[in-house]
Design a protein around this ligand. Sequence first.
Ligand code: ATP
Ligand code: MG
Length: 447
Amino acid sequence: MSENKKAEKIVGVKGMNDILPADAPLWELFENTVQSVLKSYGFQQIRTPIVEPTALFARGLGAVTDIVEKEMYSFVDSMNGDNLTLRPESTAGVVRAALEHNLTYDGPKRLWYVGPMFRHERPQRGRYRQFHQVGAEAIGFTGPDIDAELIMLCQRLWDDLGLEGIRLELNSIGNADERNRHRADLVAYFEQHKELLDADAQRRLHSNPLRILDTKNPAMQEMVNGAPKLLDYLGEESRAHFEGVQKILRHNSIPFTINPRLVRGMDYYNRTVFEWVTDQLGSQGTVCGGGRYDPLIEMFGGKPTPACGFAMGVERLLELLKANGERFEPNQCDVYVVHQGEEAQLQAFVVAERLRDAGLDVILHCGASNGGSSFKAQMKRADASGAGFAIIIGEDEVAKSVAAVKNMRAESTDNNQVTVPIENVATYVLDQIVCGDECDDPTHHHN
Ligand code: ATP
Ligand code: MG
């Protein structure tokens, strides 16, 4: 590079976001809440690779789904020619891992995951090329009880996060036979209304007509509303399963509406499907989607194993949290340690470690190579950190083996600073944090 030519900045990949420190506390709040809710239902975390063989998704999701048709980041590993894909979702990977490690050998398993997913979509509000999902997969459960439990778990998460106005839509898409009988009538119906089908629908008419029901095209709504409903084609068992889910939800006062047009994007779903939807996010209003996928494990070469799961979009839920006024800006630390002079710096290190031993979060001022930033500049940093206390150590303090402790939240500026023997600093600060004004003897000794 020539000396006076400034290097060009490289920017991040379009549609892939940096999560900056200012947003980190909100992510932490969300992830901690998720983790505790899932734990309270006995779910165990599983972490699978971000890269999987392309064939896994082609087989798992179905070749005519949006994802496989046009959204996958697939590439050939130039080192060995392997066909690989950045995971667009996690169900396929989790099921692969469950099979590969025979996780269900001793009974059904409740699993969950969180992590980034990749889809080559047009970036817009609530739709990114790298986004995050939290999901749960309950593998090996036959009955409608687990479907209901998964839904109730979501409701608990919304409640714990303080999110309101997320409504549940529910449907059953039956089994393959029931869908085939419905499909024949559906295609015939759409053919009668061919002039109303848009290009997308024309394309799907014979490959995936069920997805036409999912259309967002307003010009097709009325026609689609009149289409044969899959619910009317359900046999006895599918009907009973669906009734079973509803009964548990009603008994637990979980409101829902049945949306006969609700289908899910992936081919592997059967019976129960559901979505959690909000009006507060514009057109990307689905925050969570899930359902039963009994055929998938056999499709992957395993023995028939029923399963049910969901995936939620973390970015959309965080946007909801923000819209609901969630402010979560904790202080960077409890204590900020300010110092001046070589001896004072060494002393400051020792004090900071003692404070950390006591369980406090501490920022030790690190500065210029000669160790010297002005006290004023350091106190500015201390203030900005949100610390409740600043510890100040200068040459005088070193000479007397003491430190000044300043209460950064004191109402008046007189009397907000005390001098404490160096070995008592940690216990003094801890006392002040725990009992505030009530313990006010700075020379108080603890053993
Ligand atoms: P959509 O109809 O919005 O494209 P989908 O059916 O493709 O959703 P799923 O594959 O079911 O979505 O994923 C579950 C959830 O993940 C969605 O409900 C949504 O909250 C979130 N999600 C999906 N795609 C994206 C994306 N590109 N960016 C951000 N969140 C997403
Ligand atoms: Mg999509």
